[in-house]
Ligand binder design. Structure first.
Ligand code: ADE
Length: 269
């Protein structure tokens, strides 16, 4: 499945619909790490179901010499190794299916990843049939690679990881789970945190069996079978949680006020 087709190949067509399967191409120095994650859980299922295809390319295959060199020290001095431009540029040019493909570099200097950006990149993937991600490593990549082939830079937050593989996987996971048909009812994204259903705020608290655990009972309203009340409780609970934890995301004060204290998680006497 992963990387099963030739780099640069046109997206495959499903026999029933003849619609091209969108392809996500990941360029990395750690292909096994990327393949392992993309073969797992929902991203893996999405590929097995034929809703997306992954193509993982080892940037070292485009090394500048027979020793496999892909990085070197910085001109002007300074600690840390810089990924060289030629392997990155040549890898991108070889694997991308179209010249106008969006090529994302994962870097702490990029725009911060978000639900909004997820949907934008999803639309881009669907429109162009492909998305290319380059995983940065070491201290960074030669600026000329950015200029020549990178069209977008994405950060997953204000902290520095050892490389861009985990951020690229975060981006791919967030996009793929929004492709139509990937999520089933049991893992629906409809009212996840940050969705329109939640007014861009946080999701509510959720409970499952047992009804009482270590003296903590499930809020009564959830056991009532009254769907309208349950929906109202969840909406209010999500809004209250958003106000408490992420006030900057909070919607205006909802009609009907806050979640009544007795409807919150109750300690059983
Ligand atoms: N590479 C290292 N840290 C990163 C981050 N926070 N986001 C994206 N790429 C990175």
């Amino acid at each position: 499945m992963c990387s099963g087709t030739e780099p640069g190949a046109e997206p495959a067509a499903t026999p029933e619909t003849a619609a091209p399967v969108p392809v996500i191409r990941v360029l990395t120095l750690f292909p096994d790490m990327v393949r392992a994650v993309l073969a797992t859980s929902i991203p893996g299922r999405a590929e097995r179901q034929g809703q997306v295809r992954y193509e993982v390319t080892d940037i070292r295959d485009f090394a500048v010499d027979k020793h496999g060199s892909v990085d070197d020290t910085a001109y002007g001095g300074g600690a840390g190794m810089i990924m060289m431009a030629p392997p990155v540029v040549e890898a991108v040019e070889k694997v991308r299916g179209r010249d106008d493909a969006t090529v994302i570099l994962t870097t702490p200097q990029g725009e911060t990843f978000s639900e909004e950006l997820t949907l934008e990149l999803l639309a881009d993937l669907q429109a162009k049939g492909e998305l290319v991600l380059v995983c940065g490593r070491y201290k960074g990549i030669d600026e000329r690679a950015r200029e020549l082939v990178v069209t977008r830079e994405v950060s997953i937050g204000d902290y520095v990881l050892s490389g861009g593989e985990l951020p690229a996987l975060v981006v791919v996971d967030a996009i793929v789970r929004r492709l139509p048909g990937v999520l089933h009812d049991e893992d629906s994204a409809a009212n996840d945190s940050f969705t329109a259903d939640r007014d861009g705020g946080l999701d509510c608290a959720w409970y499952t069996k047992p009804p009482v655990y270590r003296g903590l009972a499930v809020p009564e309203v959830l056991m009532s079978g009254h769907h309208a009340n349950i929906e109202k409780w969840r909406r209010l609970q999500a809004a209250e949680r958003t106000r408490q934890r992420r006030p900057e995301l909070a919607p205006p004060e909802p009609q009907g006020g806050r979640v009544p204290r007795q409807d919150r998680n109750r300690r059983q006497q």
